[in-house]
Ligand binder design. Structure first.
Ligand code: PMP
Length: 290
């Protein structure tokens, strides 16, 4: 089934959406992106996603050739013209077309596109029974190499982590920082639950400052859980009562095993299940309509 995407100011059929092979997004992964979800024709935390996109662009000194408001309108329109009730939106801003050197000054104008589609990240059984993950041997990018403020188009670090997960016969991998602290998974933030405390690594360790993570921290506080953002060693995860991952595409998914260590009782924990229910309710009730 054909659908329309937004590309550089115009709506075009998916199969007609073409960018240059000289685009530095293609040649170097030079650019930023966002993954956003809509629920019941309402986009969840759209302004936060746009803020992160524009902030990341600013950090890499990429001029987005459209205003935040203009992009927002076109995101809503892309969802609407494709008739999506519940959708997954990918917004990409690349450096644009240049020459074969790295110099970003040679790229006259950024490329901007928006795709609205559906996404299923993990099979449903894992939401019900919990996900086993493994620890990747690949360490997360050091924050001094690429700031975790930037959701960069260069995802090779994460993809190498994902390959480790696939090689081990699992769907997701835990990534540690260069000095051995828990950072995040390849496409999700990670949380450990112990008693009433819900702990997640700070973004300074090299983890993306997730928008779902923030929503889950708010929901946890509302439930009276104590939310802590702090460094943790993998051992803290192994001995946690519960563990779960958060991300726009993944939403909230329980983790029941890391390598050969069973987490808690080896089934999704009560606090995780409560937060999954609360998150579902939240996404139903808030968002920007189209
Ligand atoms: N970490 C990484 C590496 C990600 O790519 C993502 C987004 N898929 C997340 C964490 C979660 O962020 P968010 O909740 O904003 O989607």
């Amino acid at each position: 089934m054909g659908f329309k995407v937004f590309l550089n100011g115009k709506f075009v059929e998916k199969d007609e959406a073409k960018i240059s092979i000289f685009d530095h997004g293609v040649l170097y992964g030079d650019g930023v992106f966002e993954g956003i979800r809509s629920y019941g024709r309402k986009v969840f935390r759209l302004d936060e996603h746009l803020d992160r996109l524009y902030k990341g662009a600013e950090v890499i000194r990429l001029q987005v050739p459209v205003s935040k408001d203009g992009l927002k309108k076109n995101i809503l329109k892309t969802l609407d013209i494709n008739g999506l009730e519940d959708g997954y939106i990918r917004v990409v801003v690349t450096r644009g077309s240049g020459d074969l050197g790295l110099d970003p000054r040679k790229c006259a104008e950024a490329t901007v596109f928006i795709i609205a589609d559906k996404i299923v990240l993990y099979p449903e059984e894992f939401y019900k029974n919990g996900l086993p993950i493994v620890t990747s041997k690949i360490r997360r990018n050091h924050p001094l190499s690429i700031s975790p403020e930037v959701k960069s188009l260069n995802y090779l670090n994460n993809i190498m982590g994902k390959i480790d997960a696939i090689d081990a016969g699992t769907n997701e991998a835990l990534m540690l920082s260069v000095d051995g602290y828990v950072a995040e998974c390849t496409g999700d933030n990670i949380f450990a639950v112990r008693g009433n405390i819900i702990k997640t690594p700070p973004f300074e360790v090299g983890a993306l400052d997730g928008i779902t993570k923030k929503a889950v921290m708010e929901l946890s506080e509302k439930r009276g859980f104590e939310v802590v953002s702090a460094m943790m060693k993998p051992e803290e995860l192994y001995s946690a009562d519960e563990c779960f991952l958060t991300g726009t595409a993944a939403e909230i998914i329980p983790v029941v095993k890391i390598d050969d260590k069973v987490i808690g009782d080896g089934v999704p924990g009560e606090k995780t299940k409560t937060l999954i229910r609360d998150f579902k309710e939240l996404t139903k009730n808030e968002g920007v309509s189209y």
